[in-house]
Design a protein around this ligand. Structure first.
Ligand code: AMP
Length: 418
């Protein structure tokens, strides 16, 4: 047979147990919390027309220029693996003419061609919420605190919430002009990317990680200095909403986020335990995006959180060594039928049960139970069959006792509780 040995592509991951289970747990926590705030799930395709991202995130954004997995299909269509959630959700909301206001959440894989490192992958999982048709700054505050509630429920404590406002169509042009002037005077100190940003999108210079650029923009005019009165009071009300909840945050004038579609509120959650890729998630308001996708003039605000980084930042809960799984062990071929029946009966009672049909010897079956990390074995031999009992062995303590066959499900459950 031809050699098929392959490794996974760079920047991707396998989630094997128990990591796959941890991932599911975190996802479940998110789903429950999102539903608790009135969000309902939306599922969109994992690839879209490339224009969905190019038009919304901006032609000059890092995501579009450097990170998008774009390709042509066999009919020469320009497609892209989805690089972020908001544009897909907005595209779907407009296409399906959903009634406003409308709260949606999503969970799923995203793809970006970035240099892999700790906390940065080429395929990663994001969860997010989008509150569409809600203009109030109180929604911004609620969305921000939703993210905090999510991290808190996972025991993440070293997370700082940063908030900013980048203004609106009214006040942005004046800031942009001033910033452009400021950057032109310091052009020689900027990296090649930032030199191009001066004319294309000067705000993005705030996002640059190059130290010289950071130094250069230290005293640059900030969006907050140029907010119109409506944007100013919007920001004040967002912050008041956070204060009301007793939520700690920092206002970060440099927090602009690298996407074109945001206006007013932007925010990000930073973890001290992650190293260079320290952003757990973030989001903002996007009051123009729905209209740009051909929908009615509708405001929106949302957030996206990366699951891999969330799991990295969450305290490691000691893996429960044993699973809530009962392993049925049969002694001789004569009990094989009874073992199958017992497996089905336990499952019908809502108990996860497994039988090793291959190992002819008891020792082999116990080894399988151990490999499966079952918490107990239910043993059926000729004696047990004759007496109408099972022997129940607690694999954590090694204790074994006889249990009347009618009581087996209840007795197994008592072990699950320990
Ligand atoms: P963004 O859409 O860039 O604001 O990303 C939102 C969150 O998704 C980030 O804060 C990360 O937690 C996560 N994320 C973004 N890009 C990656 C990546 N390449 N690998 C892993 N997680 C990522």
């Amino acid at each position: 047979m031809a050699e098929l040995k392959q490794s996974r592509p760079k920047g991707t991951q396998d989630f094997v147990p128990p990591d796959s289970e941890r991932m599911r747990q975190v996802e479940e926590t998110f789903r429950n919390l999102a539903e608790c705030y009135g969000y309902r799930e939306i599922v969109t395709p994992t690839f879209e027309h490339a224009a969905v991202f190019v038009k919304s995130s901006g032609e000059t954004s890092d995501i579009v220029t450097k990170e998008m997995y774009s390709f042509k299909d066999r009919a020469d269509r320009d497609l892209a693996l989805r690089a972020e959630g908001t544009p897909c959700v907005v595209r779907a909301v407009v296409e399906n003419r959903l009634r406003m206001p409308c709260r949606l959440y999503y969970v799923g894989p995203f793809f970006r061609y970035a240099r892999p490192q700790k906390g940065r992958f080429r395929e990663f999982n994001q969860v997010g919420v989008e509150a569409l048709g809600e203009a109030s700054p109180l929604t911004d505050a609620e969305v921000i605190s939703f993210g905090n509630a999510f991290f808190e429920s996972l025991g993440i404590r070293d997370c700082t919430t940063q908030v900013n406002s980048i203004g609106c169509r009214e006040c942005r042009p004046a800031h942009r002009a001033e910033l452009r002037k400021f950057l032109l005077e310091r052009k020689e100190q900027l990296c090649e990317d930032c030199k191009l940003r001066i004319d294309r999108n000067p705000l993005r210079v705030f996002d640059c990680k190059v130290e010289l650029c950071r130094q250069a923009v230290k005293d640059a005019p900030t969006p907050r200095q140029y907010l119109c009165s409506a944007c100013k009071s919007h920001l004040e009300e967002v912050l008041a909403g956070l204060d009301r909840r007793g939520l700690r945050y920092e206002v970060n004038d440099r927090l602009v986020r690298g996407l074109d579609y945001y206006n007013r509120t932007t925010f990000e959650y930073i973890s001290a335990s992650l190293g260079a890729q320290d952003s757990l998630g973030g989001g903002g308001r996007y009051d123009y995006l729905i209209e740009e996708f051909g929908g009615p003039d509708t405001p929106g605000v949302g957030l996206a959180i990366g699951l891999e980084r969330t799991i990295l930042a969450a305290p490691v809960t000691p893996a429960t060594a044993r699973r809530h799984l009962a392993f049925v062990v049969w002694l001789t071929e004569a009990e094989l039928g009874a073992a199958q029946d017992l497996g089905e009966r336990l499952r019908a009672d809502g108990i996860a049960a497994q039988v090793d049909y291959d190992a002819r010897k008891v020792k082999g079956q116990f080894k399988s139970a151990d490999a499966a990390q079952a918490c107990c074995c239910v043993i059926i031999g000729p004696d047990e069959l004759a007496k109408g009992v099972y022997s129940l062995k607690d694999l954590a303590t090694g204790e074994q006792r006889e249990v009347p066959s009618s009581a087996i499900s209840a007795e197994v459950r008592t072990l699950f509780r320990e």
